[in-house]
Write a protein that binds this ligand. Structure first.
Ligand code: AHR
Length: 520
């Protein structure tokens, strides 16, 4: 499969108004009803997960520069990146792919670096991979980052034995051939990795399989993975390509529920796989279409969850959206196989709206991974030699991290909320709210309308809140971005547009803005 020409089904944006019910056509007033009495589900912090593939400059130059680099590092991992990701509170990191995972043989990446074999990264630019960043490097880096590893196992070109050996190598505390090998390579204690992917995009780069064939293979691999870990593994089945509902249907039907903890889903906000458009110099129409693709996530998760409910009424299996984000043309002059793109306010809008969708489905979505963390697709960090910049997406994820492990407060958007372009319209404002363990309530709001602000009114009587503060992320133009020359053009600042009066929280939300409020 050629990833640059592949077509992903772009479903019609029929379910876009789920987040809010239109009752009038007024353009600028939005009413939000919070239901604190119905708050019962925790927003898993793992919804805020990330993804690091051996792709372009994600690992090499992004996370890892090697011990001998002039760039300040700890065991080869960039110190600036570690500090930025710790601030972000990334809960988990998926590795080593993506498509790369189904070509990866983990034993190539252990032992003395000079003895590791080189391979060719056939998916991503045909570059030589010297395996200097392998299992120990990744898992030790996760410890440095304070994040949980999510290992993506090779189902397509590996064997069940190879995957079982990997589980044994990283998780087994006793005496066994693999734990002996781990100790010989310098690591006494196991890392206790909980999250395991069993294949990736098995419908495409992971083997072009049918869901029936994949389900059978999955059952075999998943059966033998257990028995080497103290804690229960969380095994994630390769999920559907966007609106391929039949994939979810077949896998959920065929895989016994004692063999699966998570069902994946991949969805990218791409305008057209053959004509993606530029990352920065895009038109208003391209912006609107990207927002359609992003908001389509609401319909997607609703429909995939309905199918999952049919085969798993007890909700034992979680939905794991382990690849999402915007996908555009690569930056001019860069390797097309490296997927390096800039990140604008448009990406902040994708992030704000998507995370609101995930939060609001906290009862069933337990994990998600933005694609990808550094220098690839909708990255939170871009690097250029010793320089590093934080993208607008980084700032949204940092602002939203107050929702991690907080209790979701369900909400309904009740008044007019239309963002129009020609004959089409989208809901302009999306929102989610939660109550943290310390009692603070946070409300995140995103207005994707590139021209009009919105007056928002939220009844907060039941919350007994009388003080509000917050931060806003916006810029003059939706095409604005942080560059290496101007790295802090876009950053969150204090928000002065919210006040509480008579039990009502009133907010003036500027065009293309993300606001996170804290109520006391
Ligand atoms: O994130 C880039 C690629 O997109 C991944 O390798 C693959 O899983 C998906 O098609």
């Amino acid at each position: 499969m050629n990833l640059f020409t592949k077509t992903k089904k772009l479903g019609f944006v029929a379910g876009l108004l789920v987040a809010g019910t239109l009752t009038s056509l007024a353009q600028d007033k939005v009413e939000i009803k919070l239901n604190p009495n119905e708050a019962k589900h925790t927003i898993s912090r793992h919804i805020y997960g990330h993804f690091a593939e051996h792709l372009g400059r994600s690992i090499y130059g992004g996370f890892y520069v090697g011990e001998d680099s002039k760039i300040p590092n700890t065991n080869g991992i960039r110190n600036d990146v570690v500090a930025a990701l710790r601030t972000l509170k990334i809960p988990n990191l998926r590795w080593p792919g993506g498509c790369f995972a189904d070509t990866y043989h983990w034993k190539d990446g252990i032992g003395p670096k000079e003895k590791r074999p080189t391979i060719v990264n056939t998916w991503w630019g045909g570059v030589t991979e010297n395996n200097s960043f392998g299992t120990h490097d990744f898992l030790n880096m996760c410890e440095l980052l304070g994040t949980e590893p999510y290992l993506a196992g090779n189902l397509a070109t590996g064997t069940p034995q190879e995957l079982v050996d990997w589980v044994q190598y990283v998780n087994f505390a006793g005496e066994s051939p693999m734990s002996k090998l781990r100790r010989e390579n310098g690591r006494e204690k196991p890392w206790n990795v909980t999250y395991w992917g069993v294949g990736n995009e098995a419908w495409g780069c992971g083997g072009n399989m049918t869901p029936e064939y994949y389900s059978d293979l999955y059952r075999k691999y998943a059966t033998f993975m257990t028995g080497w870990s103290n804690d229960k593994l969380f095994r994630i089945a390769s999920g559907a390509n966007s609106s391929d509902y039949n994939w979810t249907e077949v896998v959920m039907k065929n895989v016994p529920k004692n063999l699966i903890e998570g069902m994946a889903l991949h969805h990218y906000s791409v305008i057209d796989w053959n004509k993606k458009g530029p990352a920065t110099d895009f038109t208003e129409q391209q912006y609107f279409t990207t927002m359609q693709r992003a908001l389509f996530m609401e319909e997607l998760v609703t429909k995939h969850l309905a199918i999952m409910d049919k085969y798993d009424p007890q909700h034992k299996v979680a939905l794991v959206v382990d690849e999402w984000g915007g996908w555009y043309d690569v930056e001019p002059g860069t390797n097309p196989g490296f997927l390096y793109q800039q990140n604008t306010i448009r990406d902040a809008m994708i992030a704000g709206a998507t995370l609101n969708i995930f939060n609001n489905h906290a009862n069933r979505i337990k994990m998600a991974n933005l694609a990808q963390a550094i220098n690839v697709l909708q990255a939170v960090i871009l690097t250029k030699e010793e320089k590093m910049i934080l993208t607008p997406t980084y700032h949204v994820m940092e602002m939203y991290n107050v929702h991690q492990d907080a209790t979701l407060i369900p909400l309904k958007i009740e008044a007019a909320n239309e963002y129009k372009m020609g004959n089409e319209s989208l809901p302009a404002v999306s929102a989610s709210a939660s109550k943290a363990k310390n009692g603070l309530v946070h409300i995140s709001l995103t207005n994707i309308d590139h021209k009009n602000s919105r007056e928002i009114s939220i009844d907060v009587k039941d919350l007994k809140a009388n003080a509000v503060s917050g931060r806003i992320l916006t810029s003059k133009k939706v095409q604005d971005y942080n560059s290496f020359e101007n790295p802090t053009l876009i950053k969150p600042v204090a928000f002065k547009g919210a006040s509480i009066k008579g039990g009502k929280l009133n907010v003036k939300l500027p065009p293309v803005s993300v606001v996170v409020l804290e109520l006391k």
